[in-house]
Design a binder for this molecule. Structure first.
Ligand SMILES: [Zn+2]
Ligand SMILES: [Zn+2]
Length: 521
């Protein structure tokens, strides 16, 4: 194969990002400078395409993942936009950032870069393609640099809100659909790459090259979005965003990939000596294991925010599995249907092409799951609850009011309902304490309106009932703790909804007093 040598450089190790951020960062900056000087985009794409081609049996997986990657990037951008706009409006982010000292900005930029790069190995290595944007000195000395970068990736048509918006303008923008998950991502512009990508469109590139370039552009933009997000949250003293990486069920390592690994090992031995190479290999293996252990299975529908905590086995698309041995997993029939409409019908069970997988993706659609009973032995009162719920699948929970009048709760918002049912089903099938506490707090918090209270479904009644159902004597204290956790959340989301994207949460809590407190006598 006429594959020409791209200068091989050993990239900094992902596990060093958090261990020694300064050294790790300056190693990166040296490399990206060389890369910018020595490698042309076509070299890099050729190199990336070579890597893809080396995995012939998983080429199909790369194609299959591409629309999901596009979809997830759209979500990351919408999430960043809503967060950032809120900070501009309510925290005066722009003025604070611009007037901060370069040292202070630099400190948080480094936290942002090192944490975002630690999310996943492919994101980390994508820093190779962000040499221009991710220079620490520039981001810390020029306050505008980060804000300008943010402007390039925010959802289109929202920048006016940054300057003169109020919180209620933001809520309106969500309700009016101005601020929503976009159908396609906005890429961070890059003169050389963009010219190259356009040329590629016109020229005859192979599907593998198109995919390699597509991957680079998506990952590059995603990394930069995460870095901005982490940096501004850190700067404002807020918790860093939580990002879960998809766990794949099984991945075979083809012989070609193993040979690349062997080549890498030989290279390490040459540069570090046998003992050094061995130590690095061991460290890499442990770091890999640790990252792997944090991964969670995701539903294949990009609009689904539910993460599988291994409590259930997601069923897979039958045709994809039978025809192509493809793992396309869905958390529910609803997600499968939604994904089918969006893009799956054009790719289901078929060999893939770049055109078929690069269609725009659309807004999210939440999910509902039926209750299930497992190995845990529920109390008698809980069995009554379960029986009542299975008779009335539309109801999410029955509360026995003080007047012996049952209050049937159903949550109209599909995402909240999905999260509630997931938590509820875990509580019911395993008796898991945390799930019971989260659910109890959510039920109390949601029923603080006149209608429920009139029927006797007060917080105390609810907690007393769940205490009996789950045999959980300390539930009072646990619920109070959940309220404290809610108070600490920057958006005042109840713990049950902390995985809900801020834009959906803003839609959800419209007209609600989010600072109301569950108080138990
Ligand atoms: Zn789903
Ligand atoms: Zn399928």
């Amino acid at each position: 194969m006429a594959y020409h040598a791209v200068p091989i450089v050993a990239l900094p190790l992902i596990q060093n990002a958090l261990r020694q951020p300064e050294t790790w960062n300056s190693d990166w900056e040296k490399i990206t400078q060389t890369v910018d000087r020595v490698q042309s985009p076509s070299d890099l794409v050729a190199s990336a395409a070579f890597q893809l081609r080396a995995y012939p049996s998983t080429m199909d997986e790369f194609f299959l993942e591409y629309p999901t990657m596009l979809g997830r990037l759209c979500h990351v951008q919408a999430w960043l936009t809503v967060d950032a706009l809120q900070y501009f409006v309510s925290e005066d982010l722009e003025a604070k950032w611009m007037s901060a000292s370069p040292e202070l900005r630099g400190k948080h930029v480094l936290i942002g870069i090192s944490n975002a790069c630690s999310i996943a190995k492919n994101l980390h290595d994508t820093r190779t393609y962000c040499g221009r944007e991710l220079r620490l000195a520039r981001l810390q000395n020029d306050g505008r640099a980060l804000l300008d970068l943010l402007d390039t990736v925010m959802v289109e048509g929202t920048s006016h809100l940054r300057k003169e918006g109020t919180m209620s303008d933001l809520t309106d923008a969500v309700a009016e659909g101005i601020l929503k998950v976009p159908g396609k991502p906005r890429y961070v512009p890059h003169p050389t790459w963009d010219a190259f990508a356009n040329a590629r469109e016109r020229l005859t590139a192979t599907d593998t090259e198109k995919l390699a370039l597509g991957n680079i552009l998506v990952l590059r933009t995603k990394l930069i979005c995460h870095i901005i997000h982490f940096t501004i949250r850190s700067f404002l003293g807020l918790e860093l965003p939580e990002i879960t990486v998809t766990k794949h069920r099984k991945r075979k390592m083809p012989a070609e990939a193993l040979s690349i690994q062997a080549f890498g090992a030989a290279f390490m031995e040459q540069t570090l000596g046998p003992a050094g190479a061995k130590a690095v290999a061991k460290d890499n293996k442990e770091a890999f294991k640790e990252r792997q252990s944090k991964r969670k299975e995701h539903c294949s529908y990009a609009g689904c925010s539910i993460v599988n905590d291994d409590s259930v086995k997601y069923p897979r698309c039958k045709k994809c599995w039978e025809n192509m041995r493809r793992e396309v997993l869905y958390c529910s029939v609803e997600c499968q249907k939604a994904d089918w409409k969006l893009n799956h019908k054009t790719i289901c069970g078929r060999a893939l092409t770049f055109d078929a997988v690069s269609k725009p993706v659309l807004a999210p659609r939440p999910t509902v799951k039926p209750p299930a009973v497992g190995a845990y032995v529920p109390s008698k009162v809980l069995l009554l609850q379960i029986a009542a719920l299975s008779k009335h699948p539309k109801i999410d929970y029955f509360i026995m009011g003080e007047l012996n009048d049952s209050v049937d709760l159903d949550f109209p918002d599909p995402e909240a309902q999905g999260l509630f049912r997931k938590c509820r089903d875990k509580a019911m099938t395993t008796g898991d304490r945390l799930s019971v506490a989260i659910m109890a707090h959510f039920l109390c918090w949601m029923t603080m309106d006149a209608h429920c209270i009139a029927k006797g479904a007060t917080s105390s009644v609810i907690v007393r009932q769940l205490k009996k159902e789950y045999g959980f004597d300390e539930l009072h204290r646990a619920v109070a703790e959940m309220q404290e956790r809610q108070n600490r959340d920057p958006f005042k989301r109840p713990v049950l909804l902390t995985s809900m994207s801020p834009q959906n949460w803003m839609k959800f809590c419209r007209g609600m007093n989010v600072t109301r407190q569950v108080v138990l006598e």
